[in-house]
Design a binder for this molecule. Structure first.
Ligand code: NAD
Length: 414
């Protein structure tokens, strides 16, 4: 059996939920296609004086609920179809969390680890100027994603502001606090993952304290999820990043790992027993949290997964084929559009703060994040019980029913 491409995979998930809710076939015709995609060439001068032309994308999938929102990814394997799938997932995620946003995603095909800081800045600024016609605080608002950071967002904000002739902090989220970034944004996705884990264990009447967890990817999402879950009393017994994987049945030293990543940009310099990166996913744990990239749990390894529940910190880490195998094995999957939504929830709060010019304390941000995540979890859990469907299908149902309502009221232009 050959696995589907990412875009077909995203569509498969949409069709499954559309069938379950008996979606109007005319609406499905709209939702199965992205609204617009811009492909741009990005010429920059390298430090050695030569010109290199990169390719970038920005896909705005659907804006029925409001301006589109989504990250910008710098990675050698970025493709147009990956952007479409990720933008579709952003659309469903924003709807599931009841945010006034549609979904988008952008990216540049590049290996940021092979570019200097100055080259990355020129790349970001030229990319911003190329996608400028699509950007605006009420049109499309970028945020960080894989291998982009608050610094990248500061460059996007500055470039947009320079081209407009006035300073516009609400054009991006995930920016440094001094530029109007929100307190708690950096930690928000990982914190959200930990809230969802806690709520799931509560719903199952199980104790999260002492639960064994393996986390693939120790970046923004994985590192913060590890920190908050260990603070809740769970044991992070294995983790990995691009440099390798570490295990410790007694629980890894999470603050030590975070320090190691800050100093060396990798986990492997931290003391601990090393295993193969692929082995990380196959650990005998209570919770597995894939927090790196798409398609990590697939036809070839799904059967070997021993975790009792998978919480998708990354976007699209489980293929639909693997999903079916996991379902047969009785392994529950908490889907990406719910599990990693903490980031976009606080991005929304950051946008609100920047638009109003009134900034919140971290407690207030975290309280609102907690409220939104718990509410979304409850809606998904109840829908899953009511319809006897998987948590993924239930999350899609909640998201799509909301979008259908929006279309019912808005009607069709012209
Ligand atoms: P990041 O760049 O901060 O971290 C990515 C991590 O994955 C790094 O530790 C990297 O070394 C590791 N990694 C890469 N390839 C790997 C491999 N083959 N095996 C093991 N580890 C590998 O990125 P991030 O922001 O943490 O994003 C991770 C995932 O979470 C992505 O799917 C992203 O779309 C999703 N996500 C991020 C946010 C956010 O707020 N940052 C929000 C929602 C979803």
């Amino acid at each position: 059996m050959i696995e589907d491409s990412l875009a077909r995979k995203a569509k498969k998930q949409l069709y499954k939920a559309a069938k379950e809710m008996d979606m109007d076939s005319n609406l499905l015709k709209i939702l199965e296609k992205p609204m617009r995609i811009l492909k741009v060439s990005i010429p920059i001068k390298l430090d050695n004086g030569k010109i290199k032309v990169f390719t970038g994308f920005r896909c705005q999938y659907n804006n029925a609920k409001g301006p589109t929102k989504g990250g910008v990814r710098y990675h050698p394997e970025v493709t147009e179809e990956e952007m479409v799938a990720l933008a579709a997932w952003m659309t469903w995620k924003c709807s599931l969390l009841d945010l006034p946003y549609g979904g988008a995603k952008g990216g540049i095909i590049c290996d940021p680890r092979k570019l200097s800081e100055n080259e990355l800045e020129r790349l970001t600024r030229r990319y911003t100027s190329e996608i400028m016609p699509l950007l605006g605080p009420h049109i499309d608002i970028p945020a960080p994603d894989v291998y982009t950071t608050s610094k990248t967002m500061a460059w996007i904000m500055d470039t947009f502001s320079m081209m407009k002739g006035y300073t516009e902090p609400s054009i991006v989220t995930g920016k440094p606090e001094i530029l109007g970034g929100s307190k708690g944004r950096k930690e928000a996705t990982g914190r959200g993952v930990s809230i969802i884990a806690r709520e799931f264990f509560k719903a199952k009447k199980k104790n999260l304290k002492g639960a064994k967890i393996a986390i693939q990817g120790f970046g923004n999402v994985g590192g913060h999820a590890a920190l908050f879950l260990s603070q809740m009393g769970a044991k992070i017994v294995a983790t990995s990043d691009i440099s390798g994987a570490l295990v410790d049945p007694n629980g890894l030293d999470v603050p030590g790992l975070i320090d190691c990543v800050e100093k060396h940009a990798c986990i492997i310099k931290h003391p601990g027993k090393q295993i193969d990166r692929e082995e990380l996913l196959l650990q005998d744990v209570d919770i597995l949290i894939p927090s790196a990239l798409e398609n990590q749990i697939h036809l070839k390894n799904a059967n070997k997964i021993k975790a009792k529940v998978i919480i998708e910190g990354a976007n699209g880490p489980t293929t639909p084929e693997a999903d079916e195998i996991l379902e047969q094995k009785g392994i529950e999957v908490i889907p990406d559009i719910l599990a990693n939504a903490g980031g976009v929830v606080v991005s929304h709060l950051e946008w609100v703060q920047a638009l109003s010019g009134l900034f919140w304390e971290e407690d207030q941000v975290n309280k609102e994040l907690e409220r939104k995540m718990v509410k979304a979890f409850k809606e998904v859990w109840e829908k899953s019980v009511q319809k006897t469907v998987s948590l993924r299908c239930a999350a899609y149902l909640v998201a799509l029913e909301r979008i259908s309502e929006v279309y019912r009221f808005r009607g069709m232009f012209p």
